[in-house]
Design a protein around this ligand. Structure first.
Ligand code: NAG
Ligand code: NAG
Ligand code: NAG
Ligand code: NAG
Ligand code: NAG
Ligand code: NAG
Ligand code: NAG
Length: 309
């Protein structure tokens, strides 16, 4: 996700990659349990990959969501856009995505190693002031410092990158003996090694009741709203396909139910635990159009049935 394919930035980052072995010997993660990118051969000239992710929806009072947003974005929330998915207008669906990007390809090469991430995001923002087109704001993103292309790619959008280590580091999640799945994110380079508590964690089990699920259309929708950071002029038009081989059959999306804990700075000064959180576990193939002028995305509603809702 958020891979920087802007030629200038790419050059700078490739230089960084070349220098990296001199300054860091940290191993790069590699998801061996992840299926290969099904889009690479279809779109060889675009940046493509897969994201094996848990997309969790934290329902928060709308006033709380406004307080967490920068002042210029707070008035731009679009309640009528989420009530369409049976979420009340006064409850805001804040989206936390964790997972691993895998097999990222651009012009035939795998220039970026697999990397884990946590994205703290606010969908349904009418960035263009048209009271219609929905964008997704990323305030914070946890990323491994060992993948500088991912870090510079996110920073180029004005996203606040927090360096982290992930447990597990080379897979989307860990499966517990009881069949739940979990992920832990440790702030900085050393806190995990020093035995400090994680800065964020997720714990999910399969959702047993229909009441505990959002519709597939809702998830396709939020994962396909163009992404932006503090730079509100350029957008990440990341197209997440829900209809390729990595999202079907044995890899069919799984409705999940569980808990998310987030520490500072994401939600202010203290830790917060959300229980009864609905989520979906899915791998989506993606095609990423980077640094697209946001104004050009007026009326954007995805490109087809596999990436819209
Ligand atoms: C990652 O794993 C694949 C096989 O799953 C292997 O072909 C590739 O060389 C590995 N890459 C790194 C950087 O270890
Ligand atoms: C997603 O990650 C899980 C956990 O590592 C793995 O078992 C599964 O095969 C992955 N799915 C795909 C489509 O790569
Ligand atoms: C692939 O990249 C090209 C060049 O940036 C762009 O014009 C095209 O729309 C992209 N393809 C898709 C399917 O988005
Ligand atoms: C925004 O659009 C919704 C749905 O079309 C409408 O109900 C609402 O009144 C509009 N708000 C403004 C400020 O125009
Ligand atoms: C983004 O903007 C918010 C609020 O204006 C600010 O607190 C934050 O530091 C900014 N992040 C970056 C990476 O500039
Ligand atoms: C899969 O999704 C893509 C993107 O939305 C769409 O263009 C394509 O028609 C879909 N394929 C099928 C078989 O539905
Ligand atoms: C998401 O839903 C909103 C409002 O319901 C709609 O305007 C928008 O086109 C949808 N976007 C995508 C990518 O499906």
């Amino acid at each position: 996700m958020l891979v920087n394919t802007n030629p200038k930035a790419l050059l700078g980052s490739l230089l960084l990659l070349l220098l990296l072995p001199l300054v860091s010997s940290a191993p790069q993660s590699n998801c061996t349990s992840c299926a290969p990118n099904p889009l690479a051969s279809i779109y060889p000239n675009n940046a493509t990959g897969t994201i094996n992710s848990t997309t969790a929806v934290l329902l928060v009072p709308i006033a709380h969501a406004r307080a967490l947003l920068p002042a210029h974005l707070a008035p731009l929330l679009l309640p009528h856009a989420w009530t369409r998915f049976s979420i009340p207008p006064n409850q805001y669906p804040l989206v936390v995505e964790t997972g691993i990007d895998h097999d990222i390809r651009f012009q035939g090469i795998n220039a970026v190693a697999d990397f884990s991430s946590l994205h703290f995001t606010f969908p349904f923002i009418g960035l263009l002031g048209d009271n219609a087109t929905c964008f997704r704001y990323t305030s914070y993103i946890y990323l491994p410092a060992t993948v500088p292309l991912a870090v510079s790619g996110a920073q180029a959008y004005g996203e606040n990158v927090l360096p982290a280590t992930f447990d597990p580091a080379d897979a989307a999640y860990r499966r517990t003996s009881s069949g739940s799945i979990s992920q832990k994110i440790y702030s900085g380079q050393n806190s995990q090694a020093l035995g400090q508590p994680p800065a964020a964690r997720t714990l999910f089990a399969p959702a047993l009741s229909k009441r505990d699920q959002f519709s597939p259309a809702f998830y396709r929708n939020v994962t396909n709203q163009p992404i932006f950071g503090n730079d509100t002029t350029v957008c990440d038009n990341m197209i997440r396909f829900w209809n390729t081989s990595v999202s079907q059959g044995e890899y069919e999306p799984q409705d999940l139910y569980g808990e998310v804990e987030l520490g500072p700075p994401l939600v202010g000064g203290r830790d917060r635990v959300w229980r009864g959180v609905k989520a979906v576990g899915v791998t989506t193939a993606f095609l990423e159009n980077n640094y697209v002028p946001c104004v050009g995305l007026r009326g954007y509603k995805g490109t087809g049935s596999g990436d819209s809702g």
